[in-house]
Write a protein that binds this ligand. Structure first.
Ligand SMILES: Cc1cc2nc3c(=O)[nH]c(=O)nc-3n(C[C@H](O)[C@H](O)[C@H](O)COP(=O)(O)OP(=O)(O)OC[C@H]3O[C@@H](n4cnc5c(N)ncnc54)[C@H](O)[C@@H]3O)c2cc1C
Ligand SMILES: NC(=O)c1ccc[n+]([C@@H]2O[C@H](COP(=O)([O-])OP(=O)(O)OC[C@H]3O[C@@H](n4cnc5c(N)ncnc54)[C@H](OP(=O)(O)O)[C@@H]3O)[C@@H](O)[C@H]2O)c1
Length: 472
C-alpha cells in the first residue's frame, strides 16, 4: 500500500517536497503518492506571484516545478484552501502524513503613526498587484477589500518612499522606474502594464535603517539597478565612510564588500539629468507617515546601532515628501487554523521538519519552506529544506512510527462531497496555453491572466479557445 502524503502549498518548498518524496529510494519497496493542494487555481506560489516579472530566467524555474507536478505519483489540487474548504483535522484523517508548505502570507509592520493612511502599502500588496494575483485583481475590477487601488496611487504619485534594504525593495524600485517598453517583454498582466504606462513616479527614496555594509541586497540584484536606462542613482559619499563595525563587516562578509563596491561606483557617478531618480538613504529610519487623508510624506531621522545591537534614532527629524510609501521590510507567516503556530516567530514549531504540537512531535505532521524557517532564502534554499523534512518523514517510516494505511480515495471523495472542483495539471496546461495565446495577440510573449474568472475560463476552455471571451 502506498504512503499517501498531502502537501499544503504548491510553491517551491511544497513541490520540492513532492519531488523528494516521489524520488525516494531509501525505504525499500515504499511507494509514495503525493497530493499537492493550493488555495489558488494555479501552482508555483511566489515563483508566479513574487519573482519580479523582469526576471524571466528565475520565473522559468516554473518549468522545473511543473515537471514534478506532472510526474507520476503526484496530483495537483488547485483552488482548495486548507482551513476553509476542509479542516486540518479532516485533511490529516484522509492521508498518512501532511507537509505544511504554505509560505508566509502576510507582511511585517513598521509600527509607526500614519502607517494605515491611504497610499501606505505593504510590498506584498504591490507585488501581488504587479504579478497579477487574483486576490488583488477581483473579477469586478474593483479594489479587493483591504487592498489599495494601485493604479490610482501610481498615477498620482511623483515621489515614493520604499522602506527596507532587501531584494524585495529592489524589485519594487525596478518596477516603479523601469521603462514600460522593457516591461512589455515580460509576462505582466496587460492591465498592469497599462497602469504602469500611466505612472507619474519620478523619484524613489529607499530607506535603509542601517549602513551600506548591512544591507540585505544580493550584489547581482543591486548591480542591475545601476544598469537601468534613464535613471540617476543618488548615494551620499559620506554614507560610504565606514565606522569601525561596518569595516569589520566589510572585511568578513564578501557580499557586503561587493555591495559596497557597487555603491561606491554609484556615488562617484555624475548625474545624467535622467527622468527618474533613486535616492539611497542609509542610516535613515522612518518615524511617521505624514498626511491627513492620504500619504503626504515620511518623517525620518538618522539612526545608529546602539551598544545592544539594536537600531535607534539619533539626531533631528526631517521630512521627505512622498505620495506613496511601500513597506518592504519582510514577510510574515500566518496561522493556519488547526495547525500549530508560534505567534512570536510567525512559524510552525518543528525540529528538522517534524511538527511540534503541544510540546511533543506530532505523528504524521511535517513542515517545509518559509512557514518552517521564516521568510528568508532564495528558491533553491527550499530544496535542501524540503529534503531535510522528507528525510525526517522517511526516518519515521523506517522507525515504524509512520505506517501507510490511508485509503487512496479518501481525499478526493472528501473534496467531492464538499462540492469542490479542484483544478489539476491538465487545467494548468490550458491556462498556460491561454496566457501565451493572449500575449501573442498583444504582440507580447505571454500575459498573465490576473482575474480568477479568466483563469477558470481558460482552465475550462477547449484547446486554443479564447479564455477572455467568457469574462464578465
Ligand atoms: C517578492 C518576492 C520576490 C522573490 N524573488 C525571488 C527571486 O527572484 N529569486 C529567488 O531565488 N527567490 C525569490 N524569492 C524567494 C522565494 O520566492 C521563496 O524562497 C519561496 O517562494 C518560498 O517558498 P514556499 O513554498 O515556502 O512559499 P510560497 O512560494 O509562498 O508558496 C506557498 C503556497 O502555499 C499556498 N497556500 C497558502 N495558504 C494555503 C492554504 N491555506 N491552503 C492551500 N494552499 C495555501 C499559496 O497559495 C502558495 O502557492 C522572492 C520572494 C518574494 C517575496
Ligand atoms: N532576486 C532575488 O534573488 C530575490 C528577490 C526578492 C526576494 N528574495 C529573497 O526573499 C527573501 C525576503 O526578502 P525581503 O526583501 O522581503 O526581506 P529581507 O531580505 O529580510 O530584507 C528586509 C529589509 O527590511 C529592513 N527592515 C526590517 N524591519 C525594518 C523596520 N522596522 N524598519 C526599517 N527597515 C526594516 C531590514 O533591515 P535590517 O537588516 O536592519 O533588519 C532589511 O533591509 C530574502 O531572502 C530575499 O533574498 C530574493
Amino acid at each position: 500500500m502506498p504512503l499517501l502524503v498531502a502537501v499544503v502549498g504548491a510553491g517551491p518548498s511544497g513541490v520540492y517536497a513532492a519531488e523528494a518524496l516521489t524520488r525516494q529510494s531509501r525505504v525499500e519497496g515504499l511507494g509514495v503518492r503525493v497530493l499537492v493542494l493550493d488555495r489558488l487555481p494555479v501552482p508555483f506560489g511566489l515563483v508566479r506571484y513574487g519573482v519580479a516579472p523582469d526576471h524571466p530566467s528565475i520565473r522559468s524555474i516554473r518549468s522545473t516545478l511543473e515537471r514534478t507536478l506532472d510526474a507520476a505519483g503526484v496530483t495537483f489540487y488547485g483552488d482548495v484552501q486548507v482551513g476553509r474548504d476542509l479542516s486540518v483535522d479532516e485533511l490529516r484523517a484522509s492521508v498518512d502524513a501532511v507537509v505544511y508548505a504554505y509560505g508566509a502570507g502576510s507582511d511585517r509592520r513598521l509600527g509607526i503613526p500614519g502607517e494605515e493612511l491611504p497610499g501606505s502599502v505593504a510590498a506584498p500588496e504591490l507585488v501581488t498587484w504587479y504579478t497579477g494575483h487574483p486576490d488583488v485583481h477581483p473579477d469586478d475590477g474593483t479594489a479587493a477589500p483591504g487592498h489599495p487601488w494601485v493604479p490610482g496611487l501610481l498615477s498620482a504619485a511623483r515621489e515614493v518612499v520604499v522602506v527596507g534594504a532587501g531584494n524585495v525593495a529592489l524589485d519594487v524600485v525596478r518596477v516603479l522606474v523601469r521603462g514600460v517598453d522593457e516591461l512589455a517583454v515580460t509576462d505582466m498582466a496587460h492591465e498592469v502594464l497599462v497602469a504602469l504606462r500611466d505612472r507619474a513616479v519620478t523619484d524613489v527614496h529607499v530607506l535603509a535603517r542601517r549602513g551600506p555594509a548591512y544591507t540585505a541586497f544580493t550584489t547581482k540584484e543591486l548591480r542591475e539597478l545601476g544598469e537601468l536606462d534613464d535613471l540617476d542613482l543618488l548615494v551620499d559619499p559620506a554614507d560610504l565612510v565606514l565606522d569601525e563595525s561596518s569595516r569589520l563587516v566589510a572585511e568578513t562578509d564578501r557580499v557586503a564588500a561587493r555591495n559596497l563596491a557597487v555603491l561606491a561606483e554609484w556615488a562617484g557617478r555624475p548625474t545624467r539629468g535622467a527622468s527618474h531618480r533613486v535616492h539611497l538613504h542609509f542610516w535613515t529610519t522612518p518615524l511617521a507617515v505624514l498626511g491627513t487623508t492620504h500619504v503626504e510624506g515620511v518623517r525620518v531621522t538618522r539612526s545608529a546601532i546602539g551598544p545592544d545591537g539594536l537600531v535607534r534614532a539619533t539626531g533631528e527629524p526631517w521630512d521627505l515628501p512622498a505620495q506613496v510609501v511601500v513597506r518592504a521590510v519582510g514577510y510574515r507567516g500566518l496561522r493556519l487554523p488547526g495547525a500549530p503556530y508560534d505567534e512570536r516567530t510567525g512559524r510552525i514549531p518543528h525540529s528538522e521538519g517534524r511538527v511540534i504540537r503541544d510540546g511533543a512531535f506530532s505523528p504524521g505532521e511535517y513542515v517545509t519552506g518559509w512557514i518552517k524557517r521564516g521568510p528568508t532564502g532564495v528558491i533553491g534554499t527550499n530544496k535542501s529544506d524540503a529534503v531535510e523534512t522528507v528525510a525526517s518523514l522517511l526516518d519515521d517510516v523506517e522507525q515504524g512510527t509512520l505506517v501507510p494505511s490511508a485509503a487512496p480515495d479518501a481525499l478526493p471523495a472528501l473534496l467531492a462531497s464538499r462540492g469542490l472542483h479542484p483544478l489539476g495539471m491538465p487545467e494548468w496546461h490550458r491556462i498556460d496555453a491561454a496566457e501565451i495565446a493572449r500575449g501573442q495577440q498583444l504582440g507580447r510573449p505571454r500575459t498573465t491572466l490576473a482575474h480568477r474568472r479568466e483563469l477558470l475560463d481558460a482552465a475550462a476552455a477547449p484547446e486554443g479557445g479564447d479564455p477572455g471571451s467568457g469574462r464578465t
